[in-house]
Design a protein. Structure first.
Lengths: 342, 249
């Protein structure tokens, strides 16, 4: 459904997307994961026909995003990062306007349908300006669903929603993703883990990893850990456990708890438990500690070579400076490039 | 066509929600009404000394000048506002061609000003009731036809300028500047010699108001109609280009 090859986009001298290649099949939810400013929004904007790429080819449903832009736009539902809404229109009028632009024959019925899907049927007559952020987000989502698109592109769809709504929207995305193609970007890693069949981790315009969330986790985990908690003293326990075949090292040892680094791919829990118990120590808890997607994400996005100025404060400064980068291509926000020429 | 109409009718309806449009329409009509009133007062005062009957020109002439300042306010938000609110992203990812968007925006503004023009008919009607034996209807029709054509061209320029900016006020100022230039380009050309060279002829041809004078005097000339229609078409074409170049940035 989506085929992207060698896609590149430059903003002046800055390269936002650098030769990325990927595809998405029908009935697949593909997650775009990356820090702010990584190129997620730019890629999505190219796929929706909003802007042409500097180089490379992108096809949606077999149509080229540059040469057959209108055909692509007919088949894509798009929820941009800053939900674009006419605040002085009512929810119904806004959706009706969008439905008319898409030439839907049963426009009013479709509007009612999507309002039901996003649970806003009782706000249809209200002005968008009076809606909460979460509700606006849902109006934006309703707009993307109006024409039952073959491809749904969602830029951070759950941002600003309350927990109950997040669960609802996620289940909605999962439902849609069964038959259609969904490309969503997020920096909520658990969301990617829950929703996506496949995840692309993108950083500084490059794809740094691509796989299912589970496989990514398994592949990148490197070493696994086992955490255990025991009653009383742990003196001597470390040395004891170190002797168990497969245990690489004792990573952490505090009062009552020990964390072991073990060889990946081997389940040593039984061995470890036996060792502890046979030493006469009461075992209270034993659990494997997997490397979370968060850890993998941090690992991958940090391995990238960075300019020295950023590298200095990579730990906490990176995300902050990345946030500023991202704002540059969010239209409608304070310092967007569109406003600079004013 | 359908997309143009969808965009135009939304734009038109938006004018009746937006306070700016109401303020513009209100000011326009109040100023026009005041000028009309003072003109009538003068006519009545001097009626004893001379047989002076005001024509419809006392309505049309101030309108031409008022439009110079008011029309940029009508179009300033057309595309600049979409850009600022981020809804441009919505329109540019909807299956709508760029020229349909620009023409739709222009048509919406045009319909609003036509509504305003329709309201100004109360002045000729009132005038018609007050003067004997009624006003010259040829002058009325050609005057309004000229206004419609001129307004169409001015709005097209306004929409094109609006496509360049995301700040309404900047769009307004730049538009007003452009209008001033094509309005007064005559001053440059006529201070030379009346039988000037090609350059003077071009400048004279370019003058925006010159082409209105014939309409104002009751003449409907093809050259003038062609002039306003070409300015409209050219401006809408440029507006489309501006929207398209936005995508590349």
């Amino acid at each position: 459904m989506i085929e992207v090859e060698g896609l590149t986009k430059d903003y002046g001298a800055r390269r936002a997307v650098d030769h990325i290649t990927f595809d998405a099949r029908s009935g697949e939810v593909l997650g775009f994961l990356g820090p702010n400013g990584a190129g997620k929004t730019t890629t999505m904007r190219i796929l929706t026909g909003y802007m042409p790429p500097t180089a490379g080819v992108a096809k949606v449903a077999g149509f080229d995003v540059v040469d057959q832009s209108i055909e692509v736009r007919r088949r894509v539902g798009y929820l941009p990062e800053t939900v674009p809404l006419y605040t002085d229109m009512t929810v119904f009028d806004y959706l009706k306007f969008m439905a008319d632009l898409r030439h839907l024959s049963n426009a009013e019925d479709r509007v009612d349908d999507v309002l039901e899907i996003v649970h806003l049927e009782n706000r249809a007559g209200g002005y968008i300006g009076n809606l909460s952020k979460g509700m606006r987000q849902r109006v934006g989502l309703a707009q993307a669903l109006l024409h039952q698109p073959e491809v749904l592109i969602l830029d951070e769809p759950t941002i600003g929603l309350d927990p109950a709504q997040i669960i609802e929207v996620r289940s909605l995305i999962r439902d849609i993703g069964r038959e259609r193609t969904v490309l969503l970007s997020t920096h909520i890693l658990s969301e990617a883990q829950q929703l996506c069949d496949r995840v692309l981790i993108i950083n500084k315009g490059h794809i740094v990893a691509e796989d299912s969330p589970e496989r990514l986790q398994a592949r990148l985990a490197g070493a696994q850990r086992i955490a255990l908690r025991v009653q009383g003293d742990t003196d001597g326990l470390g040395a004891l456990l170190n002797a168990v075949p497969g245990v690489l090292s004792v990573a952490d040892q505090r009062d009552g708890s020990v964390e072991l680094e073990v060889q990946p791919g081997r389940d040593l829990r039984a061995d470890v438990a036996r060792t502890v118990v046979s030493a006469g120590i009461d075992l209270l808890e034993l659990r494997p500690v997997g490397l979370s997607l968060e850890d993998i994400f941090m690992q991958l996005t940090r391995e990238e070579p960075e300019p020295p100025s950023v590298a200095e404060d990579a730990d906490d400064g990176e995300l902050l400076s990345a946030v500023e980068d991202a704002d540059e291509f969010v239209s409608g926000e304070g310092q967007s490039p569109e406003e600079n020429e004013d | 066509m359908r997309n143009i109409w969808t965009i135009a009718s939304r734009e038109y309806k938006q004018f009746f929600i937006s306070p700016v449009a109401y303020a513009v329409a209100f000011l326009f009509l109040v100023v026009l009404g005041w000028i009309f009133f003072s003109n009538m007062l003068t006519a009545i005062t001097y009626a004893a000394y001379q047989s002076y009957a005001p024509t419809v020109q006392i309505v049309i002439s101030p309108m031409v000048t008022l439009f110079l300042f008011f029309l940029p306010a009508i179009t300033m938000g057309a595309l600049a506002q979409e850009q600022r609110m981020g809804t441009m992203e919505l329109l540019l990812t909807a299956p709508v061609k760029d020229w349909e968007l620009v023409v739709g925006k222009w048509l919406g503004c045009f319909m609003f000003v036509l509504t305003l023009l329709a309201v100004t008919w109360v002045f000729p009607i009132a005038l018609n009731a007050m003067v004997e034996p009624g006003i010259d209807q040829g002058l009325l029709l050609s005057g309004y036809l000229g206004l419609v054509l001129m307004v169409g061209a001015m709005l097209a320029i306004g929409v094109a300028v609006s496509a360049l900016f995301s700040n309404q006020l900047v769009a307004f100022a730049v538009n007003l500047g452009i209008m001033m230039i094509i309005w007064f380009v005559q001053a440059v050309s006529t201070t030379g010699s009346a039988t000037g060279g090609l350059g003077d002829k071009i400048l004279t041809y370019l003058n925006f108001v010159d082409h209105y004078v014939d309409f104002y005097q009751g003449l409907i000339g093809v050259t003038n109609i062609v002039y306003y229609l070409s300015v409209t078409a050219l401006a809408l074409f440029l507006g489309t280009m501006f929207v398209e170049t936005r995508r590349w940035r």
